[in-house]
Design a protein around this ligand. Structure first.
Ligand code: ZN
Length: 131
């Protein structure tokens, strides 16, 4: 599926959750509506280490998603080798957020772990849906 960007509210939501979860990490899956990432499916029980978050993602049943999001406790959003492995299996768009979880503290990667552009779009949204 062609992804046009991420809704600004959704990105804010991701950054806020990452901030409130820190120093624990959170992970989720991204789903799209009309080609725009508007929804985060937060995976339960992922507020531990990066490694645990990744294992949990691998174990998820088939949820229709375009990619993943997870937070790093430190200031670096470079994907680990486990992250890259995960990216290759869970879709085309992967966001990593890092401390201090402000508007600049994130990066989007493709399924090979290469940096890719992701537009932040102003769209009207309902309340974020937490599944
Ligand atoms: Zn990671």
């Amino acid at each position: 599926m062609k992804v046009k960007g991420i809704a600004r509210e959704t990105l804010d939501f991701i950054l806020n959750v990452s901030k409130s979860t820190a120093p624990n990490e959170f992970a989720g899956l991204l789903s799209v509506e009309d080609g725009i990432i508007t929804e985060v499916i937060i995976l339960p029980g992922t507020e531990s280490s990066d490694r645990n978050a990744v294992i949990k993602l691998f174990m998820m049943p088939n949820i229709s998603s375009v990619g993943s999001v997870h937070s790093h406790p430190g200031p670096y959003f470079t994907p680990s080798s486990a992250d890259r492995k995960l990216f290759s299996k869970t879709g085309s768009h992967h966001i990593i957020v890092a401390a201090p979880y402000d508007k600049m503290s994130w990066q989007c990667y493709d399924s090979s772990g290469n940096v890719q552009d992701l537009k932040v779009l102003d769209v009207e949204l309902d309340e974020p849906e937490i599944l």
